[in-house]
Design a protein around this ligand. Structure first.
Ligand code: GLC
Ligand code: GLC
Length: 648
């Protein structure tokens, strides 16, 4: 098919009939111009997925009306941001960028309360605040908010859409962008679409994957991965009311949306634009790997999933162009990078770096980290990684078995070791983690736990072991230090910055009991933030002292990050450190600024070959001192990281 000719003929036809009365003249002009620029991409993607359906063009026309409505409802302040960001499209690669993710109820407890937390975010240099899903959701278990009943309504216990908008404005004034979740793989079973389906409405039954009996689900299940085997086996749930099986990849109350139906794409686009128009700078694409199903595959990372996300991206370019997408693909590294692209997701979590940082802490070895980053770190220069250490979820060991194999590491056995290590079952382990989603059949599991507990603080405090406490603090700063310096947006997970320990309260709550991820969803109270910000202190407990050392250590690194362009828009080169315990990388930007980072993952001092240093003289930005270099090489103290900048 000649896409260009067809798409422009199609657009002209749509424009001829399109009612733009509701738009101002200026908006109508801008909208038409953007359509002329981006419609061809949208057309290509949309017809790729839906072109074989007789009513494809009808739905495409409806989609353009949805985009028009999105433009009409976009507030003037947001339109100004659209213009500003088009002039600075790579803002997310700037050294000033620092993210934080938090739950409103655990930090607020309401949206209104978060206004008071702005000085705290500022003290940490946060420029991007991801508020975990805050939409209306079923009472009781809602998968931490990831079962959405209404995208246009804030969970009443947190506030209202108005509260959210006013918080977005206040944050914006403080130089902080809001990031929201776009939970588009599934809705809760209480969403209006699901309720209509439950009531027998066929149109809405087609919004989901429903089956009359087990025959088709059984065929699919041959090749599907089980995501939450601890709550329910398989990926389908029988609904007695409808007498049908529902596709539920995650919990039984999270119904997967049927994207083979163009009406679903359109309806969700409308919800997406509603979220964009609240005033967020980014949308986190939740569970995006699962949106396309194909018999005989694992129904993850299918080509059409990419095509659909590109189509959503084209919609944003037309209706809310300052908003960027962040990919949450916690899958094989080769698949993670496929979501990253200016026309797909500009930002992506970096689950490989995350998992391998933890691997290096456990093994004190950096070969797998080095080799994997050499293979997978480099992405398009107009996109950025979101580098994180912990989040609200479990840690899955998503490294590439082929890379491990080259190093003589058996992926399966090594994952078993890591699970044993981080759940504290391995002799000599420093970690206090909790197993998650154990599969009774194959023994697979993943790991939960807070940064501090996984780094050994919990065990060391219990044992009153001061050396253990020091080590744990060093480990936390080491991992975060890498996220601040390796390139991309570092994302703090709130409560990490205060080295909070696992919260075992979930064990007393029947709704949370089955989901160990609650152990790492930890409140940060007013007294915590006041404590962190107040300057004077005396008679600290060991735990308070550790908390403060981590907070200050992170602040210090963030301050340095923000004052050197080389932490921002620059190229990263993963170096061979020549020492099995050390990880090294260099950075260089277009102004010729360079930096060399060397990190020691062991509790013993290490020497790194001088070859890495070339002929320059170096200065460590973290200690503001010269590094210790002898004839043997560069000396690193236990867990030390050096951020070396050449001295002229
Ligand atoms: C994402 C979320 C996770 C949730 C799942 C289903 O992976 O991070 O918390 O359970 O999606 O929405
Ligand atoms: C699976 C999914 C990931 C999600 C996690 C939640 O690993 O791939 O997207 O975050 O489950 O536990």
């Amino acid at each position: 098919m000649n896409y260009a000719a067809n798409s422009s003929a199609c657009l002209e036809r749509i424009l001829k009939d399109l009612d733009m009365e509701g738009l101002t003249k200026k908006d109508a002009t801008i909208f038409t111009r953007r359509l002329r620029t981006h419609f061809s991409a949208l057309f290509e993607k949309y017809t790729h997925v839906y072109g074989h359906q007789y009513d494809c063009y009808f739905h495409l026309q409806k989609l353009v009306e949805i985009l028009r409505d999105g433009v009409q409802k976009r507030k003037p302040a947001l339109k100004r941001i659209d213009v500003e960001r088009t002039k600075d499209p790579l803002w997310y690669r700037d050294e000033s960028q620092v993210g934080m993710a938090c739950y409103v109820d655990l930090m607020g407890p309401t949206l209104k309360d978060l206004h008071d937390k702005i000085p705290y975010y500022q003290a940490l240099g946060v420029t991007y605040l991801h508020l975990m899903p805050l939409y209306d959701a079923p009472k009781g278990d809602s998968d931490g908010g990831y079962a959405v009943s209404d995208y246009r309504k804030v969970n009443p216990s947190l506030g209202t859409i108005k509260d959210l908008e006013s918080l977005a404005t206040a944050l914006q004034k403080a130089g902080i962008d809001l990031v929201l979740d776009f939970v588009f793989n599934h809705t809760s079973d209480e969403h209006a679409w699901a309720k209509a389906a439950l009531a027998g409405d066929e149109q809405y039954q087609n919004y989901y994957y429903l089956f009359d009996d087990r025959s088709i689900p059984d065929q699919y299940e041959h090749t599907l991965r089980e995501i939450f085997p601890q709550v329910r086996r398989g990926s389908f749930t029988f609904n007695e009311h409808m007498d049908k099986w529902v596709w539920t990849t995650f919990n039984s109350f999270q119904w997967d949306l049927n994207y083979s139906n163009p009406e679903v794409f359109n309806a969700i686009t409308s919800e997406m634009l509603f979220l964009a128009n609240i005033g967020c700078a980014g949308l986190r694409l939740d569970a995006l790997a699962f949106i396309w199903k194909a018999m005989g595959t694992n129904c993850e990372n299918q080509d059409n999933a990419h095509v659909l996300i590109q189509a959503f991206n084209a919609c944003l370019q037309i209706a809310a162009p300052s908003v960027v997408f962040k990919s949450e693909a916690i899958v094989h590294p080769d698949e993670v990078v496929k979501y990253i692209g200016k026309d797909e997701c500009q930002l992506s979590y970096n689950p490989l770096l995350m998992a391998l940082l933890w691997n290096s802490l456990a093994t004190r070895k950096t070969r797998l980290l080095t080799r994997s980053m050499q293979k997978s770190f480099s992405i398009s220069s107009d996109c950025a990684w979101v580098n994180y250490v912990r989040c609200h979820d479990d840690i899955g060991w998503t490294f590439d078995d082929a890379v491990a194999q080259e190093l003589g590491i058996n992926g399966h056995d090594h994952r078993f070791f890591l699970n044993q290590f981080y759940t504290g079952r391995f002799d000599g382990s420093f970690a206090s983690g909790v197993p998650f989603a154990e599969n009774p059949e194959n023994g697979d599991c993943r790991v939960c736990g807070s940064l501090a507990s996984l780094c050994g603080l919990e065990g060391a405090l219990n044992a009153n072991d001061e050396k253990g406490i020091d080590d744990a603090i060093q480990r936390m700063l080491l991992l975060y230090g890498i996220t601040f310096s390796i390139g991309g947006i570092p994302l703090l997970y709130s409560s990490d910055e205060l080295a909070k320990l696992n919260d075992y309260d979930y064990l007393n709550d029947p709704i949370k009991l089955h989901d160990a991820r609650w152990v790492n969803r930890i409140a940060v109270t007013n007294s915590d933030t006041e404590f962190a910000l107040s300057a004077e202190r005396s008679a600290l407990t060991l735990q308070e002292d550790a908390s403060l050392r981590v907070f200050r250590g992170l602040q210090h690194m963030i301050d340095i990050r923000k004052t050197h362009g080389v932490f921002g828009n620059a190229q990263t080169h993963i170096e061979e450190s020549g020492n099995d315990h050390c990880f090294a990388y260099s950075r260089k930007n277009s102004d010729g600024e360079t930096m060399l980072v060397v990190c020691n993952f062991s509790e013993h001092a290490q020497v790194v070959d001088r070859g890495l240093l070339s002929d320059s003289n170096w200065h460590d930005l973290l200690t503001d001192a010269s590094p210790s270099i002898s004839d043997h090489g560069l000396l690193l103290q236990p867990f030390q990281q050096l951020w070396l900048s050449p001295t002229p």
